[in-house]
Design a protein around this ligand. Structure first.
Ligand code: NAD
Length: 354
């Protein structure tokens, strides 16, 4: 295993490996950048095929968090942790307490939250051995998914206003792929706003619920991406926008919660060439981290949710600049985040150059 010469190493500030033989903990914590503040990012528990795969994941994900928080205007840096193991069979309270001790050694430069394979109770176990845990129920904001759904809704609205020349979503048709914690919440907001829903999930129960409660039209998972709609909202998997799916898209706008929707960077340009407006995933799905950033003794949910709604303006600015510079939207999102971090690193230079 190599770290410094790994393709995914991007001058990360710290990469730490932890092992606790008693509980079986094997974890890696990566802190990418703390220029804007302590590195906040989820803890992923996954049955990685090997340690290299775990390292690649933590390096990429922690870098992604730096950009996500910077773009959302938060005073937070980027970090992430991975626990190597099967989240169904290898979990124990003791394992997460050991993980908490690992987090604690970083003295608050990394703050852990939940992610794929970990849940609020797991993080509550870790909280017994370190205070540097966010997104838990006791004294915290709890499940971030409703905030993520609210942010995605506001991003969808901004994209519709920008591209479809409408003021509200009433009467527009939105296809939603994935009715999980975020996707279903998004559907509720869309339905309240008067949008027509076309939905899918691999779990029939979620689909039935959306049909009954929200009057949605159900299609099979392989039909969702090619629906003739105003807006497509991917809220399930990554890499759904690729060489196979893009030619079949019949939508003007893509705006959804899923992480890493573009299979490769170049697919942003392919969407632009097809005149499809793409709301960059990490701009539109930042609601959860915005909520968590408000945690503390004066936590106020409605203040936090008002800030989440600013995702509307963040993505509008991205669309405007992308159009002015004739560049794909996700490149502009990266650029804005990069500029904010660079400005914080070189305050004198920025003041002088204006
Ligand atoms: P979730 O696991 O609750 O929901 C995902 C849903 O997608 C599930 O219902 C699953 O059955 C469905 N699904 C899986 N494969 C599918 C397929 N091929 N076709 C249709 N449906 C399929 O996850 P979530 O928390 O709702 O997150 C959804 C997406 O948003 C993920 O990509 C996640 O990384 C991203 N995201 C979530 C949050 C958050 O706060 N939860 C924050 C940022 C980004």
């Amino acid at each position: 295993m190599t770290v410094f010469s790994s393709n995914d190493f991007d001058d990360h500030e710290t990469v730490l490996f932890f092992r606790d033989p008693e509980t079986g903990l094997k974890a890696i914590i990566a802190i990418h950048d703390t220029t804007l503040g302590p590195a906040l990012g989820g803890t992923r528990m996954w049955n990685y095929a090997n340690e290299d795969e775990a390292l690649t994941d933590v390096l990429r994900l922690s870098r992604g968090m730096t950009y996500k928080s910077a773009l959302a205007g938060l005073n937070l840096g980027g970090g992430k942790s991975v626990i190597i193991g099967n989240s169904r069979t290898d979990k124990s309270e003791a394992l997460f307490e050991a993980f908490g001790r690992a987090v604690d050694r970083l003295n608050g430069s990394y703050i852990a939250a939940e992610d794929v394979g970990t849940s609020v109770p797991d993080l509550e176990s870790a909280r017994r051995t370190t205070p540097h845990i966010a997104g838990i129920s006791e004294g915290g904001a709890g499940d971030p998914s409703p905030a993520t759904a609210w942010g995605v809704y506001n991003g969808v609205l901004a994209a519709a206003r920008y591209r479809l020349n409408v003021e509200t979503l009433s009467g527009l048709t939105v296809a939603v792929q994935g009715l999980g914690n975020v996707g279903y919440g998004l559907c509720q907001h869309l339905s309240e706003a008067g949008a027509k829903l076309i939905v899918t999930d691999i779990y029939d129960k979620s689909v039935e619920k959306a049909v009954q409660e929200l009057g949605a039209t159900a299609v099979t998972p392989d039909q969702i991406l090619s629906q003739d709609v105003d807006i497509l909202a991917p809220c399930a998997l990554g890499a759904v926008l690729n060489d196979i799916t893009i030619p079949d898209l019949k939508t003007n706008v893509i705006a959804g919660a899923a992480n890493n929707q573009l299979a490769e960077e170049r697919h942003g340009q392919v969407l632009m060439d097809r005149n499809i407006l793409y709301a960059p995933d990490y701009a539109i799905n930042a609601g959860g981290i915005i909520l968590i950033s408000h945690e503390g003794p004066n936590f106020n949910r409605s203040t936090a949710m008002n800030e989440v709604a600013h995702i509307h303006d963040t993505v509008t600015k991205i669309f405007q600049r992308a159009s002015m510079e004739n560049r794909p939207t996700q490149e502009i999102a990266d650029q804005i985040a990069f500029e904010r971090i660079t400005a914080a690193k070189n305050p004198d230079k920025i003041t002088k150059t204006g």
